[in-house]
Ligand binder design. Structure first.
Ligand code: C5J
Length: 227
């Protein structure tokens, strides 16, 4: 059985279904100065550091013809899809919907809300705009995965303990076999990233597996070669 060398044990690759890559929220709002992440007081340089690794993972998965999903956290311009609780707490020197240097903070269609150009979706890849932290909440992600016969999810992006972990838990509860790519995810808080990696793979992989990009691509190449 082809597999990826992972923790807490080998991640088996399927014989009659698909493995998809899902890249969470690699948006200017979280990675650049003037976006939502910085407005909340975070050092966005920490998150920027994974861009080359995410690119390597993305290009590796593209070359193997995996289904690829990108998510984008953002709200409608009238904020009708943004809960009052999120508006109240999503507040630093600027609030969601305020005008910032990259356009309105966390609003779909604004320059700052776009996926960074290095990782922009290619034609045929699926972009999932999402109002919440989890990518399944109020989106058609689940239907898109079902339609492509996807049972296994490789998860990357930012931030590890917020949108990445929430999405992984949502996926796990829906029966997906999830692997979090260790060096292709980042937090503004290194200790939160480390804790997330440990908690998802604890207790026999209670939420799933973790592995680095090199191991993921090596496992996928052997899997595809044997198809
Ligand atoms: C946050 C995210 N941290 N993409 N969003 O608000 O993790």
């Amino acid at each position: 059985m082809p597999s990826i060398a992972a923790q807490p044990y080998e991640y088996e690759l399927p014989s009659d279904s698909q493995v998809a890559l899902i890249v969470i929220d690699m948006q200017r709002d979280f990675l650049e100065l003037g976006g939502f992440g910085e407005a909340l007081g975070n050092d966005v340089k920490l998150a920027q550091a994974i861009v080359p690794t995410v690119k390597q993972l993305l290009e590796g998965c593209r070359s193997l013809h995996l289904p690829i999903f990108h998510t984008q956290e953002g709200h409608l311009p009238d904020l009708s899809d943004c809960p009052q609780s999120k508006l109240k707490r999503g507040k630093g020197n600027l609030t969601i919907g305020d005008q910032g240097k990259l356009g309105r903070i966390l609003i779909l269609g604004e320059p700052g809300n776009a996926i960074i150009p290095e990782l922009a979706p290619l034609p045929g890849e699926v972009l999932i705009p999402k109002p919440g932290k989890g990518a399944f909440y109020n989106t058609d992600l689940e239907m898109q995965l079902i339609n492509r016969n996807v049972t296994h999810l490789l998860i990357a992006g930012v931030t590890t303990e917020v949108c990445v972990q929430t999405t992984m838990r949502e996926a796990n509860d829906r029966g997906y076999e999830c692997l979090l790519v260790e060096d292709a995810t980042e937090s503004y808080f290194p200790q939160f990233k480390q804790a997330t990696l440990e908690m998802v793979r604890a207790q026999g992989g209670i939420v799933g597996w973790t592995a680095n990009t090199e191991a993921v691509l090596q496992g996928l190449r052997s899997w595809k070669a044997g198809e």
